[in-house]
Write a protein that binds this ligand. Structure first.
Ligand code: FE2
Length: 394
C-alpha cells in the first residue's frame, strides 16, 4: 500500500433488494419515524403508473403524503427550490425519491435545503460544500426506476446551476458528501421492467462507465475497487439480456443491484468521461448515459498508458476470454468490448450525430476543467486533452 494519510471509507446505510420490495415502503417510513413524506418524482414515472404502484402501500397504511412531480431532466436549482416549498408547506418530515438519476439528485438537493440555509450554490463541492453540509438531515428513501445512475448509493448529486455566477450560462455542479447518501435504497426490479430498450442501454452504459472509471481512478480504495469489478462482472453478464428481453426480471434485478454497486464504487473517484459528459447534457441535450457511452472508448484509449493493468482486469470482468492474451491485448479487448456494446445498443456513433456542434468544443473543454471528476482520472488531463477527447469522440 502506498504511504499516505489516513482515509475515510463510507458504506451505504441500508439496502433492501428484491422483486416486490416496494411493498414494504410503509414499514420503512415508520422505521425512520416519518409521518408525512414528500414523494419526489417526475412526469415520466407518474405517466408510466410507477408512482401509483409505489405509493399504494402508503395509502393502504393510511399514511398521508405530499407529491412533487415536476422534476425536469438535468434538474436545476430552481427545481430543488420548488420541491423544497412543497416539503415546507405540507409539513413533511421524510423525502422519498421515485425515479431515475434526475429525480434522486433533485431529492437529495431538496433534503439538504430542508435543514441548510439556501442558496444551494453554497453547498456545491467546488466551493467547499463538503464542509458545510452536516449530518442534520431528514431521512431519504431512494427508489430507483432505472438501472444506471446509481444515485441511490452514491454520495453525489448533480444539479444544473442556473445562478450563472461561475461561468457563461448554466453548468452542472455536484453536491457530494457522505451525508448525501440515501438512508435507504429500496431496489425493486419490478419497477424497471417497463423501461424501453434505449433507456435500458443508456442507463446501463452509465453504470458500466461508473465501474470502469472507478476501478482505475487514482484514489486508494480497495473496497470500492473490489465492488467495481464485481459490478462489471454482473453488468457484463446481464446488460445484453436486459436490453433485448426487458421483461426478464432476473436480468433486471441483476442490472439494478450492479448499477447500485457501481455507483457505490465511484466514491473511489470517477474520471475524464464524466467531466466531459456533464458538459454535453447542458450544452447539447445529450442524455448522460449516451454521452458516457460515446466518450468511454476514446477516453480509455487516451488513458491506456496509465491504466493498462486495470483495463485488462476489466476485459475479463466484462466476460471477454482473455486467456493467452498479453496484458496490452487484454486492455485493448476491454475497449473493443465497450465499442461492441455501443454498436449492439445502437448508441450514436459520435457526439456530432448526437447533437454537439463542433464550434462549441473549445468552450465546453474549458468548462470540463471546472468539473472535479477528472481529478481522479488515471492520466492527468489539461484543457487541450479535453478538447482533443471531444474531437476524437465527435
Ligand atoms: Fe454517471
Amino acid at each position: 500500500m502506498a504511504q499516505q494519510p489516513a482515509v475515510n471509507y463510507f458504506l451505504p446505510p441500508a439496502i433492501q433488494f428484491g422483486a416486490g420490495a416496494v411493498e414494504n415502503l410503509a414499514e420503512h417510513l415508520l422505521g425512520f419515524g416519518g409521518k408525512k413524506p414528500l414523494i419526489v418524482t417526475d412526469e415520466g414515472v407518474t405517466n408510466a403508473g410507477i408512482l401509483s404502484q409505489t405509493v399504494e402501500p402508503l395509502s393502504k397504511a393510511k399514511i398521508d403524503f405530499a407529491v412533487f412531480d415536476a422534476v425536469q431532466p438535468n434538474p436545476t436549482d430552481l427545481s430543488v427550490l420548488e420541491g423544497l416549498a412543497v416539503y415546507q408547506t405540507e409539513g413533511c418530515d421524510v423525502v422519498i425519491a421515485v425515479g431515475g438519476g434526475s429525480v434522486m439528485d433533485a431529492a437529495k438537493g431538496i433534503r439538504i435545503l430542508t435543514t441548510h440555509e439556501p442558496p444551494l450554490e453554497n453547498y456545491y463541492v467546488d466551493v467547499g460544500g463538503l464542509d458545510r453540509i452536516t449530518s442534520n438531515l431528514p431521512a431519504l428513501i431512494c427508489i430507483p426506476t432505472t438501472a444506471g445512475t446509481g444515485s441511490e448509493l452514491s454520495q453525489g448529486s448533480i444539479i444544473t446551476d442556473t445562478s450563472g455566477r461561475t461561468t457563461e450560462g448554466h453548468r452542472k455542479r455536484a453536491l457530494s458528501t457522505p451525508y448525501n447518501m440515501a438512508s435507504l435504497a429500496l431496489l425493486d426490479p419490478e419497477l424497471t421492467v417497463g423501461m424501453p430498450p434505449g433507456l435500458t442501454a443508456a442507463t446501463g452504459m452509465d453504470a458500466v462507465t461508473h465501474g470502469v472509471e472507478a476501478y482505475v481512478a487514482t484514489r486508494y480504495h480497495p473496497i470500492a475497487e473490489g465492488v467495481a469489478l464485481q459490478a462489471l462482472k454482473i453488468l457484463g453478464k446481464n446488460i445484453r439480456q436486459a436490453y433485448h428481453h426487458g421483461h426478464d426480471i432476473e436480468a433486471r434485478g441483476e442490472m439494478l443491484i450492479a448499477s447500485a454497486m457501481a455507483a457505490f464504487s465511484f466514491q473511489k473517484g470517477l474520471g475524464a468521461v464524466h467531466s466531459l459528459a456533464h458538459q454535453l447534457s447542458t450544452e447539447a441535450n445529450i442524455p448522460h448515459g449516451i454521452a458516457n457511452a460515446i466518450l468511454l472508448p476514446d477516453v480509455m484509449e487516451f488513458n491506456m498508458s496509465h491504466a493498462v493493468d486495470g483495463y485488462a482486469d476489466i476485459a475479463a470482468a466484462l466476460g471477454v476470454d482473455t486467456s493467452g492474451m498479453s496484458t496490452e491485448d487484454a486492455a485493448d479487448a476491454a475497449i473493443a468490448e465497450i465499442r461492441s456494446l455501443n454498436e449492439e445498443f445502437a448508441i450514436p456513433k459520435g457526439l456530432g450525430i448526437a447533437g454537439l456542434k463542433w464550434e462549441r468544443i473549445p468552450k465546453i473543454a474549458k468548462d470540463a476543467m471546472l468539473d472535479h471528476c477528472y481529478k481522479f482520472n488515471p492520466r492527468p488531463c489539461a484543457e487541450t486533452n479535453m478538447r482533443d477527447l471531444f474531437q476524437a469522440a465527435f
